[in-house]
Design a protein around this ligand. Sequence first.
Ligand SMILES: C[S@@+](CC[C@H](N)C(=O)[O-])C[C@H]1O[C@@H](n2cnc3c(N)ncnc32)[C@H](O)[C@@H]1O
Length: 257
Amino acid sequence: MSHGLHIFRNCFKALLSRPSVLKTMSELAEKRRKDGGVVVSPNLGGLFGDTEEFVNEYEVQELDIAGTVLKIRQFSWHEANANKVWPGTFTLAEYIVEHMDTYRSGSLLELGAATGALALFLRLPQYNLNIITSDIDDGGVVQENIAHNFALNNMACVPHVEHTWGEPWPEQRVPAFSFTHIIASDILLYVKAYPALVATLDMLFRAGAREFLMSWNRRLSSTPLFFARMQAAGFIAEALPHCVYSFTRPTTRNAEA
Ligand SMILES: C[S@@+](CC[C@H](N)C(=O)[O-])C[C@H]1O[C@@H](n2cnc3c(N)ncnc32)[C@H](O)[C@@H]1O
């Protein structure tokens, strides 16, 4: 079975096995509207055949990320929106490039890496950052697409950790103390997941992380809830250019001592 067909089969199996399965095109359109209406290509609509079976279409696009064109395979659908590149990827890439000295010496973990586009960019020879990717535990769908995208650009893939926020961290895969900087773009869509996301960040900071760097430029009414939760957990937020926020927690190490 070809690689593409294997992905289709995995995605289709996931669709059938989940109660949130999208059965009609209008449901898909409505979900997109709620996600903010970001559409990568008119071709990536997904198809329903005669039997009404959803086909998760994909397309390889050339995306200019902070001045470098990368080939990225994007799908029409993923249960948690990991199918495509979101706008925050571009702004976070620009911010990190402008502050390369800070991040070159660190070890980075990307949460919600989705297509892997940002990690791929940060692994380019001219940056070569020490980064690993992470995303929701979806049985390998995201991980496979990230590996595919690294291969498309003739680059060796970075390690990937399947981890759903709030769940125990898989220490045996990569110890939680491995990271100095946690990065993420556009991951505040999920209000119900805020407590779990903050719990994961709390765990990573207790293990040694020094900064959570996040791009977010949406004006969702729920966004302040995330900032309030972070503040309650002892984090200090700093708004930076490019719609980027830096969270630090000066007391983490003292609290642990
Ligand atoms: C809107 S997408 C952004 C993707 C990517 N960062 C970008 O900017 O292109 C949000 C990402 O968060 C991940 N995510 C959502 N809920 C999650 C959860 N509960 N645990 C871990 N990851 C989650 C999704 O799988 C997806 O990759």
